[in-house]
Design a protein around this ligand. Structure first.
Ligand code: AMP
Ligand code: MN
Ligand code: MN
Ligand code: MN
Length: 284
């Protein structure tokens, strides 16, 4: 089967996405997506609901997560696909990530209270986040609603990004530990959106070399909006390291008019594809 329509990176209301798992699966079906992985930040809470919706729509659903991890004190994102989400070591990892998220959110709330003079910010942000541990976009939403900033971008630039007053560095799992746990749980560890860290070519290669020694197996290459130079860099990395290609839109909301669920560039022919490691028919 040539030309499989897939998306192995997207978000739901189980983290910072706008659509419920059911709504996301329905949108995927509308866009002709045949194979989908929901990769919410540090949680698999959306998967069970998504499974029922996917079954009803005839969409293949692969277990997924996007883990926040630390490498050399830098925060990176690692996508895990195909894990047994009930595996005890994986469930423990998710619990400790959720705990780190809540502790971070409490501290962010305190910092924002000092910066804005407003009160009970953590509680208000938890209300916005619903049952999930808050993500920074939930703080951004609160800041917009309370007229502290114009929009989400302004919220990140003024308060939330690294170096700004409400940024809190967080004791996420290390890339090494998270990779090992994803492997032990039967999953494939994939470096997410490698060009977004703004690493030099040399630093990215050092990261990938270490990632491979930890047991990392994949690299996101099929990504929307890459420049030709970025795309070439990622294909060079696939040549240089024993990694398979994956990819996805990183869809969060229908309001992101610049991207579409399931719409990602086709991989070059002959490139090893993540499905081969997921024991699924290796089609692209
Ligand atoms: P968190 O995992 O809670 O630190 O939140 C990270 C999420 O915030 C990312 O997955 C994006 O969805 C969002 N994000 C990060 N930086 C920005 C930005 N500059 N503008 C808008 N959203 C952002
Ligand atoms: Mn996000
Ligand atoms: Mn990410
Ligand atoms: Mn993402």
């Amino acid at each position: 089967m040539q030309g499989l329509v897939y998306d192995y990176h997207c978000h739901t209301t189980a983290s910072d996405g706008a659509l419920s798992p059911t709504e996301l699966v329905h949108l995927a079906a509308t866009h002709g997506v045949q194979s989908l992985a929901i990769t919410d930040h540090d949680t698999v809470a959306g998967i069970e609901e998504a499974k029922s919706a996917a079954q009803a729509k005839g969409v293949e659903l692969i277990n997924g997560i996007e883990l926040s991890v630390l490498w050399e004190r830098t925060e990176l994102h690692m996508v895990g696909l195909g894990m047994d989400i009930a595996a005890p070591e994986f469930a423990r990892l998710v619990m400790s990530q959720q705990d780190a998220r809540r502790q971070r959110a409490i501290k962010m709330g305190q910092k924002l209270e000092r910066a804005t003079g407003l009160k009970n910010i953590y509680e208000a942000v938890c209300d916005i986040a619903g049952s999930t541990a808050p993500c920074r976009p939930h703080f951004a939403q609160w800041l917009v609603q309370n007229k502290q900033v114009r929009d989400t971008e302004h919220a990140f630039n003024r308060f939330l990004k690294v170096g700004r007053s409400a940024y809190v560095s967080t004791p996420w799992a290390t890339l090494e530990d998270a990779t090992k746990i994803v492997n032990e749980s039967g999953g494939v560890a994939i470096l997410a959106h490698p060009t977004r860290y703004r690493f030099t070519r040399m630093k990215l290669r050092r990261l990938l070399s270490e990632f491979c020694t930890y047991g990392g197996k994949g690299l996101e290459v099929a990504l929307p909006r890459l420049t030709p130079a970025q795309s070439e860099l990622l294909y060079d990395c696939l040549n240089e390291f024993p990694l398979v290609a994956s990819g996805g839109s990183d869809f969060h909301s229908p309001q992101q008019q610049w991207l579409t669920l399931g719409k990602i560039p086709a991989l070059k022919t002959g490139v090893p594809f993540v499905r081969s490691l997921l024991n699924l028919s290796d089609t692209q």
